[in-house]
Design a protein around this ligand. Structure first.
Ligand SMILES: [Zn+2]
Length: 407
């Protein structure tokens, strides 16, 4: 992976390069992995001999006197094309697939589940750039605009593997320019995201997981054109004819097992869809009904597994985005106001999150310690900035050196 940090297409003029791209990107990955939110705090924390030596050691530099100043880093990220960071992520994810260690997480031993979800990143009270989305809050009686908010959202495709969720493709929800007649929206962004996903992973058997917004014809069509399956939360209001057919048919000829009821082959447009329903008690003992729509044929054998994977999408909200916002990386903190740099900061966070999850969940000894996110962040930071990494027998108090290798 490290050689990929070095081989990004550097936007800077050669004669101005003081720090190679791998030093900048690796520092930024560690900033995120250690849950350091601000750029100035990173400079402060990492500015220690041991830490500088560790970075030099990992990247194979014989000498490194200092680390780049955060302005240097931001200047680099202002010019760097976001695709360059996406390419590094593609490499990481492809290596994970190649190692075949995630095989047991496939749905029905076949499909890789990819959850689609949007989240808010930044909002401003004044226009921030020409691509901002805009929302006006009006007075109900007079129609007068009381407040205008400018904001940026992002749409993610996240691979769900057990209790880990890895970002595999990103599409920013943004207007083309200030004067668009219709603003960009989640479904439009999904159309672009789907093109990206297909071109990155043309033969991967994928099942798309989504919330009820995605239960609509354009999404069904994209999935069938790409030879993907879908498993999407279904709410009554989204497609009325399907909801009606399901409620009638399940009473007459519903298939059942202990926990689920389902109907295959409900006709909709030119296609047939399958619906599955379950009732689950939440923590307050209230019964909650979950319905999913899918083009996978539901049988007695696979019903429970399909339901379980459908519900796993909520992980992206609970563990994915919420952790990224509040506990791990504070993705809503703008490290730079330059829109291109903002995108790069966000993408670097997604890379760091893959590494961080493999570290938290993939290393038995760390998982068994059952430390909180905060504790892991602070012990990682402390060891990184105060203890020298060595190439020989490790100084960690484990018998074997822990390595997470990418290629
Ligand atoms: Zn903007």
């Amino acid at each position: 992976m490290l050689k990929h940090l070095k081989s990004v297409k550097d936007p800077r003029h050669k004669s101005y390069i003081e720090y190679e791209s791998d030093i900048i990107l690796f520092s930024m990955l560690m900033k995120n992995a250690c849950s350091i939110y601000s750029m100035s705090n990173m400079t402060e924390q990492f500015n220690k001999d041991e830490c500088i030596k560790n970075i030099a050691n990992v990247l194979g530099y014989e000498t490194l006197e200092e680390l780049p100043h955060h302005d240097t880093i931001n200047n680099f990220l202002c010019g760097l094309k976001p695709e360059e960071i996406e390419k590094i992520r593609d490499y990481m994810i492809k290596q994970l697939f190649k190692k075949r260690s995630l095989e047991s997480y496939r749905l029905l031993n076949k499909y890789w589940c990819i959850a689609i979800d949007a989240t808010g990143l930044f909002s401003f009270s004044e226009r921030h750039c020409e691509h901002c989305l805009k929302k006006e809050y009006k007075d109900k009686e007079t129609g007068e605009v009381k407040k205008t908010v400018y904001y940026h959202n992002v749409l993610e495709a996240k691979l769900v593997v057990g209790d880990m969720v890895f970002s595999v493709a990103t599409e920013f929800i943004e207007n083309e320019d200030e004067n668009v007649s219709k603003q960009d929206c989640e479904i439009n962004a999904f159309k672009r995201l789907a093109v990206k996903l297909k071109s990155k992973y043309p033969r991967l058997p994928i099942c798309i997981l989504g919330d009820s917004l995605y239960a609509c014809e354009p999404v069904f069509e994209i999935c069938s054109n790409n030879k993907w399956k879908y498993l999407i939360r279904f709410k009554e209001g989204r497609i009325k004819s399907i909801a009606k057919d399901f409620s009638v048919l399940k009473e007459i000829e519903g298939n059942k097992n202990k926990s689920c009821t389902w109907i295959n082959d409900i006709v909709y447009n030119q296609r047939s869809v399958n619906l599955i329903e379950t009732e689950i008690e939440d923590e307050a003992n209230d019964k909650k009904c979950y319905v999913f729509i899918t083009d996978i044929r539901i049988t007695k054998r696979n019903a429970d597994e399909i339901m379980c994977f459908g519900r796993s999408r909520w992980k992206i909200e609970n563990q994915g985005f919420n952790n990224q916002k509040t506990k791990k990386y504070n993705v809503e903190h703008a490290n730079s106001l330059n829109y291109n740099a903002m995108k790069n900061h966000y993408l670097i966070t997604q890379l760091a999150d893959i590494l961080r999850q493999l570290y938290e969940k993939g290393v038995d000894k760390i998982r068994d310690l059952k430390k909180s996110i905060k504790e892991i962040s602070s012990s990682l930071l402390e060891s990184f900035r105060t203890r020298l990494l060595t190439n020989t027998e490790d100084t960690l108090n484990t018998e074997k050196r822990i390595q997470i290798r990418f290629g």
